[in-house]
Design a protein around this ligand. Structure first.
Ligand code: SAH
Length: 213
């Protein structure tokens, strides 16, 4: 039988996620259900449930489990939302969002990661996720508006297109700051105005501008 890291996943949820204050039961269940080890390179599988980000190739990383849970909780998902993710990477955050929302569009600028993430998400049956190849700093107009937008790469400032593509009452979660450290912001659109709340400091790989190969 295939080893599925059940104990590792449960202890990740209890110690790293619930233990650090994540309360949204839907988020906790989603984190328990998604097979994180399927989203990391084979040689990293044994480390998949460790309390840190891991390299996924091309100088990019799969975020630390706690950060995935925290950002997911910030999105306040009930299950009927359309979500845009900028920075598909491994596809792990997309899978977690897939469980929590109605529909997920995830955009990735690096072709090899776009292809690999699409393959894994398909294989695992996350049918409500569409992965798109492109520059997410422009959002993804074809699918707009979105009830929620999550950016998983560091931005110097909020790209204009993202608040523009957010629905009324929507939430944008985005790391904003320098290349070395950012502030994770939760931005809510209320009657056309944007209300910003800093959540924590964080470190993400930088958002690329323009196409990459
Ligand atoms: N959410 C991912 C984390 C990925 S790291 C996960 O769960 O694994 C950030 C990702 O953003 C990288 O894959 C990087 O290639 C991608 N990225 C960087 N700039 C981008 C841009 N302008 N548009 C789309 N994706 C971008």
């Amino acid at each position: 039988m295939k080893y599925v890291f059940l104990d590792e996943r449960r202890s990740m949820v209890e110690n790293q996620i619930r233990g650090r204050g994540i309360k949204d039961e839907r988020v906790l269940l989603a984190m328990e259900s998604v097979l994180r080890h399927e989203f990391v390179p084979k040689e990293m599988m044994r480390d998949a449930y460790c309390d840190r980000p891991l390299p996924i190739g091309e100088g990019q990383t799969i975020s630390q489990p706690y950060m995935v849970a925290l950002m997911s909780e910030c999105l306040e998902l009930c299950g009927d939302e359309k979500v845009l993710e900028v920075g598909t990477g491994s596809g792990y955050q997309s899978a977690v969002l897939s469980v929590l929302a109605r529909e997920v569009v995830s955009i990735e600028v690096r072709k090899s990661l776009f292809l690999q993430a699409g393959k894994v998400l398909d294989l695992l049956g996350y049918g409500n996720v569409r992965v798109v190849l492109g520059d997410g700093s422009l959002g993804y107009k074809e699918g707009a508006p979105y009830d929620r937008i999550i950016v998983t790469a560091a931005c110097e400032c909020v790209p204009d297109a993202l608040p523009e593509q957010l629905s009324e009452g929507g939430i944008l979660v985005i790391p904003v700051g320098s290349a070395f450290v950012q502030s994770l912001l939760k931005i809510r659109k209320v009657r056309g105005e944007f209300i910003e709340e800093p959540i924590t400091s964080c470190v993400f790989v930088p958002l690329a501008r323009g196409p990459k190969d």
